[in-house]
Design a protein around this ligand. Structure first.
Ligand SMILES: [Zn+2]
Length: 252
């Protein structure tokens, strides 16, 4: 049995080596004279080497998702708060999010969109391979692109931070940020300032700052019991707030 398993293992690794040799050849052929060295190094060290520069860039940001989060927020800060824009919820057709759980994206709204060649997440120009800097000195954005590879990775992180619980646990040195105890296997990702409060109390904050509530600055991993306690307290607080709002309406 063991021998069979080993044979299968070595067949797999031979297959992978052959596959990677082909991928490296394809990548090498497609690679422009200028390419971010960090991305290339990352690509060549993958168990499955990405076969195109574009896939290499995507793989890089997918792996370095916290770097993508920081970069996307930095690019948004460069764009600044679009004049006349306010965070609203509404129908998808108007480019609006239907829930306050989705990060606000002004450049997805037709009235604020900056057009092709600009990122719909951060508003900044997009260059070759979805890169955020004009490394090639073309002087203009890539008209076929509508987003940065980094911003796509950041967006996925913002809307599903729990997919990255392992990464976030490691950042906290496996300690629960509510109790200080060791994080258990069932620990959960939590928004320090819950998103309903971001919507309720921080809605008018400058847009680039708002994004921070979905990013690393507002994320923590807590043990399930502590998280349940925090969620219950938040639910109680929301109910009290609703009652208060209803009373105010009643007395008006
Ligand atoms: Zn972007």
């Amino acid at each position: 049995m063991a021998a069979k398993g080993e044979r299968r293992g070595s067949a797999t690794s031979e297959w992978r080596e052959a596959r990677n040799a082909r991928a490296r050849a394809r990548l090498d052929k497609a690679l422009p004279a200028v390419f971010p060295p960090l991305v290339l190094r990352h690509a060549l060290s993958r168990p499955f080497v990405p076969p195109t520069p574009r896939l290499a860039v995507e793989s890089y940001w997918r792996t370095h998702v916290l770097r993508a989060d920081r970069l996307a927020r930095g690019l948004a800060a460069r764009s600044g708060h679009p004049e006349g824009w306010t965070w609203r919820l509404g129908p998808k057709e108007e480019g609006l999010a239907t829930s306050f759980r989705i990060p606000p994206a002004p450049f997805r709204e037709p009235a604020f969109a900056r057009g092709r060649g600009h990122c719909c997440v951060c508003g900044q120009p997009v260059f070759r391979f979805g890169w955020h800097e004009d490394l090639w000195g073309t002087g203009e954005p890539n008209r076929n692109a509508g987003w940065h590879a980094a911003c796509v990775a950041a967006w996925k992180f913002w809307i599903a931070a729990s997919d990255h619980v392992k990464l976030l646990k490691a950042r906290q040195r496996h300690r629960c940020s509510e109790t200080g105890k060791r994080l258990l296997r069932t620990a959960e990702v939590d928004h320090r300032v819950p998103l309903y409060r971001v919507w309720r109390e921080h809605r008018d904050a400058p847009w680039p700052e708002l994004l921070g509530y979905w990013g690393l600055p507002n994320l923590q991993v807590v043990n399930r019991a502590a998280h349940a306690g925090k969620c219950a307290a938040e639910a109680g607080e929301r109910a009290a707030h609703r009652r208060q709002a209803a009373d105010q309406r009643g007395t008006m």
